[in-house]
Design a protein around this ligand. Structure first.
Ligand SMILES: NC(=O)c1ccc[n+]([C@@H]2O[C@H](COP(=O)([O-])OP(=O)(O)OC[C@H]3O[C@@H](n4cnc5c(N)ncnc54)[C@H](OP(=O)(O)O)[C@@H]3O)[C@@H](O)[C@H]2O)c1
Length: 250
């Protein structure tokens, strides 16, 4: 694992909690300059303080609702002003909804906005900077359930996976890689809501997770940091699961 990201600028979306927060901390701990985006400014500020207390460079914090189309150009402007470059984009902001085919159009639109459109819009806005980088990297957070569960979020994640694969081919010759990281069940805010009690967790683990436990945000963050490394330059167009064996039967 590459130790030194000191010549690297990284943008992590959905960095206020969970996988995104851990990812931003890990990049900063290895010397990267990080920009962190989410809606909850106070959580971004507390993350920025943690990073500085741990010896990292002071992050650029950007408070934005990425589901809104105007957020992508605003984030680009902030990155231009602070870094004037970008090497790694981690499109992590997202979330799941309850399964079901009879969801309202409003739910479908909202889920696609954050789980698909926000990622492709931000990537398009930042593409010129990623092309200029000696190693542009796009890492999209996906999931492992999209072929199994009917839900607006899973359909949006499936769209993200297909788009990522096609996009990876079109930018590979520019030295850029595009990959998806697919968590199984990893401790976070949304997972705490889905599994509020010990019984529901134990039942799920017994039935579906061969490793015998939910994953930790660190498990996913380590892979993201690796995919951003120079050593991962020949890995592109992939969907890599971090799921304790959950997707073994897909
Ligand atoms: N944890 C899992 O087991 C799991 C499984 C499959 C896929 N994933 C995917 O992995 C990613 C991270 O998951 P997580 O479990 O760490 O999620 P989480 O704890 O629920 O955090 C989601 C993050 O996304 C941000 N976010 C959500 N909507 C946003 C919006 N409209 N604009 C800006 N930021 C927004 C949230 O920040 P604010 O609320 O502050 O805006 C938060 O930082 C997500 O894309 C998720 O779908 C996770």
């Amino acid at each position: 694992m590459e130790k030194d990201y000191s010549d690297t600028c990284v943008l992590v979306t959905g960095a206020s909690v969970g996988i995104g927060r851990e990812t931003a901390k890990r990049f900063a701990a290895r010397g990267a300059r990080v920009a962190i985006v989410a809606r909850r400014a106070e959580l971004l500020d507390s993350l920025a303080n943690e990073i500085v207390d741990d010896g990292g460079s002071s992050p650029l914090t950007i408070t934005a609702d990425l589901a809104a189309p105007e957020s992508a150009p605003a984030v680009r402007e902030a990155i231009d002003a602070e870094f004037a470059r970008l090497d790694v984009l981690v499109n992590n902001a997202g979330g799941a909804d309850r399964p079901g085919v009879a969801l309202t159009d409003e739910v479908w639109t909202e889920r696609f906005d954050i789980n698909f459109h926000a990622k492709r819009r931000l990537t398009a806005a930042l593409e010129p900077l990623l092309f200029d980088s000696p190693r542009g990297r796009v890492i999209n957070l996906a999931g492992i359930l999209e072929p199994q569960v009917v839900s607006a979020s899973q359909a949006a994640v499936a769209a993200c996976i297909l788009w990522s694969k096609a996009y990876s081919r079109s930018v590979a010759a520019r030295g850029m890689t595009v990959n998806c990281v697919a968590p199984g069940r990893v401790e976070s805010e949304q997972i705490a809501k889905l599994f509020p009690d010990a019984d529901s967790r134990a039942q799920f683990i017994e039935k579906d997770i061969p490793a015998g436990a939910f994953g930790a945000p660190e498990d996913v963050a380590e892979l993201i940091v690796f995919l951003a490394s120079e050593g991962a330059g020949y890995i592109t167009g992939q969907v890599i699961a971090v799921d304790g064996g959950m997707s073994r039967s897909v």
